[in-house]
Structure formats: structure tokens, C-alpha cells
Design a protein. Structure first.
Ligand code: 5GP
Ligand code: ZN
Length: 117
């Protein structure tokens, strides 16, 4: 069955292969690709193939798919770093969300400070 999509969504186009991205790994349900503006040695975005606007909507609509995102985030950190990682879901414009197709930022590969704001 075709994935849920939203017109003119950048990450729908990336997961469909219609916009190029440096894909790290993918499964039937999620795609992991490098952030175009990395903020850490490893900065990978994990997005479900289905379009959901943010992590709260994903959790409500398809919790198993959210688990797939987390599982793939761990696999990315295992393969590209030491297995330790931060997983960030910016949720809402005030939190810095700019692409409204849910994606977890996998941040890894360095000893990370904690400066949430
Ligand atoms: P947000 O701010 O929504 O949490 O995260 C969006 C992220 O997507 C940003 O870190 C930004 O650098 C990244 N980004 C925006 N456009 C593109 C793109 O065309 N390709 C890739 N690989 N990353 C993008
Ligand atoms: Zn989308």
C-alpha cells in the first residue's frame, strides 16, 4: 500500500526518493538520512515513510511506527558512533520545528553538553 503523504512535503519527497538525500539506512517503514546542516559529528534524521506532522501525532496514530523510528535511531548510533545518542523531536515552531513531517534527530559521535535553551 502507498504511504501516507502530504502535498509539497519535503520529507515525503525525500523518503520517496524524489528529492536527493544522503540515506544512511532504510526499512519498509522508515528512512534515515544525514541532516543537510549537521550540528554534531553524527547528525542523522530518522523519518517514517508515512506522513505525520509531529511526534505527538505519530504517537497517537501509530505507536508501533514511533517504535520503528527509535529502533532505527539506535541502529544508526550503533553503526556510526559508539551506540550512545541523543534523540530529539522538535515539536512546534517555538521548539524549532521547521519541517512538519515527523523526524527524530540522532545526535551522536561526541561528548554532548546539555543546553536545552
Ligand atoms: P526541524 O527544525 O524541523 O526539527 O529539523 C529540520 C532539519 O532538516 C534541520 O536540521 C535541517 O537542517 C534539515 N533539512 C532541511 N532541509 C533539508 C534537506 O533538504 N535535506 C536534508 N538532508 N536535511 C534538511
Ligand atoms: Zn511528509
Amino acid at each position: 500500500t502507498a504511504p501516507l503523504t502530504s502535498p509539497d512535503c519535503l520529507f515525503c519527497k525525500i523518503v520517496a526518493g524524489e528529492v536527493p538525500a544522503e540515506v544512511v539506512t532504510s526499512t519498509d517503514t522508515v528512512v534515515a538520512f544525514r541532516d543537510i546542516a549537521p550540528q554534531a559529528p553524527v547528525h542523522v534524521l530518522v523519518a517514517p515513510r508515512d506522513h505525520h506532522a509531529d511526534v505527538a501525532q505519530l504517537a497517537a496514530a501509530d505507536p508501533a511506527l514511533l517504535a520503528d523510528v527509535v529502533r532505527t535511531a539506535n541502529e544508526v548510533a550503533e553503526s556510526m558512533a559508539d551506540g550512545q545518542f541523543r534523540l530529539i523531536f522538535n515539536t512546534g515552531t517555538h521548539a524549532g520545528q521547521s519541517v512538519f513531517h515527523v523526524h527524530g534527530h540522532v545526535i551522536a559521535g561526541a561528548s554532548l553538553g546539555w543546553t536545552p535553551a
